[in-house]
Design a binder for this molecule. Structure first.
Ligand code: JCF
Length: 683
């Protein structure tokens, strides 16, 4: 064949195979038998292998995956990817409609574009001059991961758009998911090979997309439905959506479909809001018969003009709502009940269940809370029980099917001593919970106390996960939080599955954790019912650790949010010699925080102002910045809302910055902050 003939043949085959894909995946109307498709594909790959330079950007042969990546790079979305707010019943749904109409100042009916809510992962596909050039996960909404190589392997996603007169840039957004049948086949295969099974199709889809080796993704049979558009315009960033797209969301989706992207066949244009409830019901009825997992419906105001005037809050549009399905229930067997000991000694009965797929995940454990709950349920070991799982909520045992109770069913008997340390147990009057009296002599309580101490909102010890804490306690390297700071790299690196690197990381993490705030240190001690807010209030009120340690019940009750129970917990915590020994050892190891110096009321120039800090502050730590702002009377909050007055954005600021900008919150740089602090003579 002449060179030109080869070029022509590659072009013909590429176009033909792409047409067949479109007919098969988008139109759902296969036009040739598989064997013909395979024959043409083999011809194309043979030509491409002989002449790699002639392979086209839209070649369907890329669907088998390519070279493995070392890591995913980051992609900043040109337009943020939003998520959806939820409603769970008709009343909440009606309230949403009412809000929409009030905002639009209209009493006429509103048209909605309606679709099932797929249980998958949102992705953004970027086409330039019709060619797929980039695909990214949602990430935090503003920055996602570059998964282009993996997306290219999804058979129903075109590498080239159909039609001409396309805008230079067209971003399509949609959901990648794994059909139920593929999920079941994948898991059946994993069971056969003794590999880990995925809990649900969503996890399977996510796991398949986050593969550095796109050949694995290619083997997974993922699917895609478009649900909207991102940026549409030219390469200079000019938005042309209003010029080139229809004013209806539904028509935009239909247009996207005509460009070759799959659209869920259940998508419907509803002429008025009264049809929404019926749509919701019809999808709920069809749920089990649909070939993919869904967890509700999505309803979007159809008019783009109305969408624009509604705008969005935080991360979700005001013109769309996920109307979720109710909890799902399944029957299974209660095989046993085990007892777990928590940080404060509370002994919790945990149901061990015959694994059951319910509400989208496989459930094998459920908490039974306490004796009262078990009495209320009237369940025995061996019973058939109803398990309910709603959305992201932890699974619940709803009841026992007494008619199915076997003859050998056993009562659930609470232990008379602690299952971990064998200490006596007690059930204080007026409390539902049984407790181990072993305190920090109980191995379970030691472990939980140390996990809490190291957790992110407490001392935030980098490199110290729950598993490692258990290992360190089991190996008797540590007993109490203070022992952490005596650990050496050599000791740690002798642990199983610990290399020198991880050991170094832990020691460094411990060292870095020593620089903290008084509030975090108080929270980290794990005093019963002293959560983050209470700890922060205590710090603000007493200013020094010693003042808190020696405070009386009366003095403690003065603090915001502290009642007599919490006050008593604090006093009795510091009345125990053992706790004071641990605290003293912690302080001796070098844990420190900036001292809080609160000025008198007339010296609080920032009183009534709320600040939020985000990103990396390179010239001072965030903790220092927070303490300085507080010393001037400012409130420093963790999240941006309409009540935020200023956002201080350091380097690599992410979603908080986006949100602040969308809410019109004033944004300060680190230099602005420093200038402010200097102006008030705190620097
Ligand atoms: O099916 C979905 N999970 C789904 C997610 C459908 C949508 O129409 C969505 C979405 C997330 C965000 N729309 C937006 C704006």
């Amino acid at each position: 064949m002449s060179d030109q003939a080869i070029i022509d043949r590659i072009e013909t085959l590429t176009n033909l195979l792409n047409d067949y894909n479109y007919q098969y995946y988008v139109l759902d109307e296969p036009t040739v038998p598989d064997i013909e498709y395979d024959r043409l594909m083999r011809e194309l790959t043979a030509l491409e292998n002989e002449h790699p330079a002639l392979k086209r950007a839209d070649s369907p042969s890329q669907k088998v995956g390519g070279e493995a990546l070392k890591a995913f790079s980051q992609v900043t979305h040109q337009i943020p990817m939003l998520s959806l707010d939820n409603v769970f019943d008709q009343q909440e749904w009606q309230a949403f409609i009412k809000r929409v109409k009030e905002r639009l100042k209209t009493s006429t009916q509103i048209a909605f574009c309606a679709e099932p809510k797929l249980d998958g992962l949102a992705v953004s596909l970027r086409y330039q001059d019709g060619i797929l050039v980039q695909a990214a996960t949602r990430g935090d909404g503003s920055v996602g991961e570059n998964i282009t190589e993996n997306i290219r392997t999804i058979k129903s996603i075109p590498l080239k758009l159909r039609g001409d007169n396309l805008p230079e840039v067209l971003e399509v957004r949609g959901e990648v998911f794994m059909p139920k049948a593929s999920f079941e086949a994948l898991n059946a295969n994993a069971v056969k090979k003794g590999e880990k099974v995925f809990a649900n199709p969503r996890n399977a889809a996510a796991g398949s997309l986050r593969q550095l080796d796109s050949k694995i993704t290619a083997s997974r049979n993922l699917a895609f439905y478009a649900y909207g558009l991102g940026f549409v315009g030219d390469l200079d960033g000019n938005d042309l959506s209003e010029d080139v797209l229809p004013n209806s969301h539904y028509q935009r989706l239909t247009l996207v479909k005509s460009l070759g992207l799959p659209m869920c066949p259940e998508v419907k244009l509803l002429q008025n809001e009264d049809e929404c409830q019926a749509f919701y019901q019809s999808i709920l009825d069809a749920r089990d018969a649909l070939p993919y997992e869904i967890d509700g419906t999505v309803l979007k105001v159809d008019s783009i003009e109305q969408q624009k005037s509604l705008g969005f809050v935080a991360k979700a549009p005001r013109w769309a709502m996920a109307y979720k399905f109710p909890a799902q229930e399944e029957l299974t067997i209660l095989e046993d009940v085990e007892f777990q000991v928590g940080r404060t000694g509370a002994i919790t009965p945990v149901a061990r269940l015959k694994p059951v797929y319910v509400g989208g995940v496989t459930v094998s454990n459920a908490t039974l809370h306490n004796q009262d709950e078990i009495n209320r349920l009237g369940i025995k070991i061996g019973d058939t029980v109803t398990i309910r799982r709603a959305g992201d909520v932890i699974p619940q045992v709803v009841n026992a099917v007494v008619a199915k109770r076997p003859d050998n069913a056993r009562d659930i008997v609470f232990p008379s001593t602690c299952p971990v340390c064998d200490s006596a147990v007690e059930r204080p009057e007026n409390e539902a919970v049984l407790r181990c009296t072993g305190g920090l002599f109980c191995g379970a309580q030691q472990k939980e106390a140390i996990k809490h101490f190291a957790s992110r909102k407490a001392m935030d010890v980098d490199g110290l996960g729950d598993k490692l804490v258990e290992q360190l306690v089991d190996e008797k390297l540590i007993k109490h939080a203070a022992d952490l700071y005596q650990l050496t790299e050599i000791q740690v690196s002798t642990l199983e599955r610990m290399g020198q690197k991880s050991a170094q990381k832990l020691i460094r993490g411990l060292d870095e954790s020593k620089s903290t705030t008084l509030a975090k240190f108080i929270y980290a001690l794990g005093i019963r019912e002293v959560g983050e807010t209470t700890a922060s209030n205590l710090a603000q009120h007493f200013l020094t650790f010693e003042a808190i340690r020696h405070a009386s019940t009366e003095q403690l009750i003065e603090v915001n949010d502290v009642g007599s129970v919490v006050a008593k917990n604090i006093v009795s915590f510091f009345a125990q010699v053992h706790n004071n020994e641990v605290v003293d050892a912690l302080l001796a190891s070098g844990i420190h925080w900036p001292s809080i110096e609160v000025k008198s009321a007339d010296e609080q120039p920032l009183a009534d102002l709320t600040y939020v800090l985000t990103g990396t502050l390179s010239q001072m730590g965030r903790n220092d910045a927070k303490a300085h702002l507080q010393s001037l009377g400012a409130k420093v909050s963790g999240s941006v809302s309409a009540k935020t007055d200023y956002l201080v954005a350091g380097e690599k600021a992410g979603s908080k910055l986006t949100k602040a900008q969308s809410l019109g919150v004033k944004v300060l740089s680190e230099d602005d902050l420093i200038a402010l602090l200097k102006a008030h003579q705190v620097l």
